[in-house]
Design a binder for this molecule. Structure first.
Ligand code: CTP
Length: 409
């Protein structure tokens, strides 16, 4: 990631909430100032019960603040801080802070600053598992998410008082990475490229309560969309997976949630019209059913639905594409992997095929890692060794970038 330069520092308000993890905000302030950000620490009154303002004043770019009414430098510190900020990050975000933000309250300097700002707001919650799981807390998070607040964590792990569970603050390095990504606005080799990605397993109804699907989790497709956004591309993701997007790219990816192959096909065809590249990482059902209008009953015996071959979305994209567009397919194979994949590449006239050997249980489906082979016409196969799905995504997108440059697209 690139960093804000010292010549034009980015202004970041680091808000500190009243939780035991407040001491970790000190580390975040240090990382952000090291990266050249101008950091203004703002503590809630409760935060001062856990950590001293002096430490934040010493490590921040200006003295820490906590008072709404008795600031010596400006009579209206919240509008000054809020308007100047390029980003605001709150570490830790307590359950009480989530509730105040969801309500739009401005009852201390931090919440008033957040309301007085148009900057992206990044929240890193931390609390005990019992608090985290409360429906009221979860409702507040959903409310804030839909308003565009960016969440980092929490994680599962050790908590205060010897407890363990969901609610641990994310590592300050990870929080800083999200802050810097948001500040950078994602400039990279794919800046100016428009990429549409599909992900996940479609679901085809048998009757109003049952459906057929497959084991694809959508993780690899989501990773491709997220990494493409970090590389600067304008990304649309059509997903049949319930996965959430990573916090740092959530506000930059155009997300369309679908369920069936038909819905996915419609969304992909529409979005591909204004894209340079389509990447079909989804596991699309090859067959759908003439679904029964009413629930199938056991007493009527084994169901025998009419199977209907679904439209091949990637084939449709290839037939619609102009000479300036690329289409990338995926192939999940269990046997004769490369032979089958090579035939698929040619039959579907794809620019690139990403091949998965799904018989290998150390990779694929629901895991965090993958290993693939890249096939394109006239090129020898390229084996990408086992790595995280983000690492595989980077390799796939680097090849896409090369193909775009090679064809001068
Ligand atoms: N695909 C698609 N529409 C379908 C089925 C598959 O767009 N109805 C896409 C997948 O997203 C993938 C590629 O086609 O990018 C290959 O999918 P795969 O299931 O491996 O290929 P099939 O042609 O269905 O071949 P088979 O299932 O017989 O291996």
């Amino acid at each position: 990631m690139t960093s804000p330069t010292e010549a034009s520092p980015k202004h970041v308000v680091v808000g500190v909430g009243g939780g035991i993890a407040a001491y970790k905000a000190i580390e975040l302030v240090r990382i952000l100032t090291d990266r050249g950000c101008f950091v203004s620490p703002v503590l809630t009154p409760a935060a001062k019960e856990f950590v001293g303002e002096l430490t934040f004043s010493a490590l921040g770019s200006e003295p820490a603040r906590s008072e709404l009414f008795s600031d010596q430098t400006t009579p209206i510190p919240h509008t000054f801080l809020g308007q100047r900020a390029d980003a605001i990050v709150v570490v830790p975000t307590t359950a009480h802070l989530l509730a105040r933000l969801a309500m739009g309250l401005a009852d201390d300097l931090l919440t008033a600053t957040i309301l007085a700002s148009r900057a992206p707001i990044i929240l890193a919650p931390a609390m005990h598992t019992e608090m985290w799981e409360q429906p009221s807390v979860q409702r507040n998070i959903e409310t804030l998410r839909t308003r565009g607040y960016i969440f980092v964590g929490p994680e599962d792990g050790a908590l205060a008082g010897g407890d363990s569970g969901m609610g641990r603050l994310s590592d300050p390095i990870e929080i800083a990475r999200v802050v810097v990504s948001v500040l950078d606005g994602f400039e990279g080799p794919l800046t100016g490229r428009r990429i549409v990605v599909s992900a996940g397993a479609t679901k085809e109804a048998l009757d109003p309560v049952r459906y057929m699907t497959n084991r694809s989790s959508g993780r690899q497709g989501h990773a491709i969309a997220e990494v493409a956004a970090r590389m600067g591309a304008t990304v649309a993701l059509v997903t049949a997976s319930p996965l959430e997007l990573a916090p740092d790219v959530r506000s930059s990816i155009q997300l369309t949630r679908v369920s069936t192959a038909e819905e996915m096909g419609e969304a992909m065809s529409r979005l591909f019209k204004s894209a340079d590249v389509a990447i079909m990482a989804a596991a699309v059902a090859d067959f759908t059913f003439d679904a029964a209008a009413n629930k199938l009953k056991k007493r009527d015996g084994a169901p025998d639905p009419t199977w209907i071959e679904s439209k091949d979305i990637v084939a449709q994209l290839v037939s619609d594409k102009t000479e300036n567009q690329l289409v990338v397919g995926f192939a999940a194979e269990t046997h004769d992997v490369l032979t089958n994949a090579q035939a698929k590449l040619e039959a579907k006239s794809l620019d690139l095929l990403v091949v998965n050997d799904v018989s290998d249980e150390t990779i694929g489906f629901d895991g965090t890692h993958n290993a693939v082979t890249l096939l394109s016409l006239g090129e020898p196969p390229t084996t990408i060794a086992r790595g995280t799905k983000d690492a595989i995504a980077l390799e796939v997108l680097t090849r896409v970038d090369l193909l775009l440059l090679k064809e001068k697209k």
